[in-house]
Design a protein around this ligand. Structure first.
Ligand SMILES: *Cc1c(COP(=O)(O)O)cnc(C)c1O
Length: 431
């Protein structure tokens, strides 16, 4: 399988696509075609484990670039936690993606990517640069922590991540460094892009990106769409996914799963006030905007990086987008009301991101009257946003031990204004 940049000027293999992250022409790598799984796989799906599904799906994208035994080992390590579909109402299920080490869904993609990079880099020194709006950085850090030869630089927006998220970014030490940027997530993302394309830095170091622009983040995020079907197909109804979206990596992975043959009925791209994609589907015009701060901060993205991949999947045709995806934007007010309602009526605690996804399912079912099952991707444990959740629900929530362990450690970060030259100077002085 070849991997081709969305801007068409570069073609390479999976190893290079993963090690580089971003193509030289500024585009994002895509497989040259989306592989198909055979009918036997789908018939047998309810009998497969999450790890077996992961192996089969990953194998299609990776081919002979990695030995089966190595791939199996990586998959088993990455997917060493449960991803249950938990019933909230008769027709709404929460696919809990947050049972990994940092308690956000990004554990799946980031840990797979980290292990693939470590495998392909064969111990050669490398610097990994990652911009984060909250959860990516810690999941990437957890994947790379103590991997020989790899140094990780996390760029995060000062004061714009939750206190617990900040602890999860800044308390690793060793090969993980946190750069605290006085700016927005978009500034961090722009800085990361500049670093990765800077000639001098590239001469001195082998640099790569760990953002959702890396194809190795997307591939494993398609696993759990299959896994949701394995759990819920028996209900005998069409299945709709609501994906709380920021950079649209999670949703793009769902599109991969559907193209591989998974009969997903429809996608709902649920966003907070950062509504570039819902506006695009409404008007046909894509206009990036500065990001707005909300209570679902991991989705505060004004220029979603995976839009370019979605465009290439839909041949740049907005009517093709609309066949597969509805997209709605919701306010913080509506998000809070939903958290309260779902807690009171059904006893289920949603985090703010999951609540945005819940709203998407409600709105879709009002419009479509279809007798479908709605699956919301619950992307973070509510305790990751303890301040917001306790404030909204007016009750204490329990902090899992895994998270409490971060809270007890000391923050270590280096502060910068959002100026490339300063960050560059710092990096040039690194070994
Ligand atoms: C990153 C993140 C999202 C958004 O996912 P994308 O793939 O960027 O669309 C949603 N919820 C949480 C908790 C996240 O960390």
């Amino acid at each position: 399988m070849k991997y081709i940049s969305t801007r068409k000027q570069e073609e390479t293999n999976i190893k290079t696509a993963i090690l580089k992250g971003l193509a030289d022409d500024g585009g994002l790598f895509m497989p040259e075609y989306i592989p198909q799984l055979d009918a036997g796989f789908f018939e047998n799906l309810p009998n497969l484990s999450l790890q077996e599904i992961g192996f089969r799906v990953a194998k299609e994208f990776l081919g002979e670039s990695i030995f089966d035994d190595n791939l199996k080992e990586i998959i088993d390590e990455v997917l060493n936690f449960e991803i249950p579909a938990v019933k909230i109402t008769e027709n709404i299920y929460s696919l809990e993606l947050f049972h990994g080490p940092t308690m956000a869904f990004k554990d799946v993609g980031a840990r797979f990517m980290a292990r693939m990079m470590a495998y392909f880099s064969e111990g050669k020194p490398m610097k990994v640069v990652v911009a984060t709006s909250g959860d990516t950085g810690s999941a990437v850090a957890s994947g790379f922590f103590n991997v020989a030869g790899i140094e990780v630089y996390i760029l995060y927006p000062k004061g714009k991540v939750s206190p617990l998220q900040e602890k999860q970014l800044t308390t690793w030490g060793r090969n993980i460094k946190a750069l605290e940027i006085d700016g927005t997530f978009d500034d961090c993302q722009a800085l990361a892009k500049q670093i990765l394309s800077d000639e001098e830095l590239n001469q001195k170091f082998t640099l790569t990106s760990a953002n959702s622009i890396n194809i190795a983040r997307l591939i494993p995020q398609s696993f759990y769409y299959f896994w949701a079907f394995a759990q819920l197909e028996k209900l005998g109804k069409p299945i709709v996914f609501s994906v709380p979206s920021g950079n649209f990596g999670n949703l793009t992975a769902g599109l991969f799963a559907k193209k591989m043959g998974l009969p997903i009925h429809h996608f709902i791209a649920s966003t907070n006030a950062n509504d570039v994609v819902p506006k695009f589907l409404e008007t046909g015009n894509y206009e990036s905007k500065p990001s707005k701060q909300t209570i679902s901060n991991a989705m505060d993205v004004g220029n979603p990086s995976n839009f370019e991949r979605m465009k290439s999947l839909f041949n740049d045709d907005v009517s093709e987008f609309k066949k597969e995806i509805e997209s709605y934007s919701f306010s913080d007010e509506a998000t809070k009301e939903t958290m309260i309602k779902v807690k009171n009526d059904f006893g289920y605690t949603l985090d703010p991101h999951g609540a945005v996804a819940y709203l998407g399912l409600e709105k879709y079912s009002e419009k479509s009257n279809a007798d479908s099952v709605g699956v919301l991707l619950e992307t973070a444990h509510p305790a990751k946003f303890v301040e917001v959740v306790e404030d909204v629900l007016k009750t204490k929530i329990e902090i899992p031990e895994k998270l409490e362990a971060f809270n007890k450690k000391e923050k270590q970060s280096v502060e910068f204004s959002a100026e490339f030259e300063l960050v560059k100077q710092f990096l040039m002085a690194e070994n």
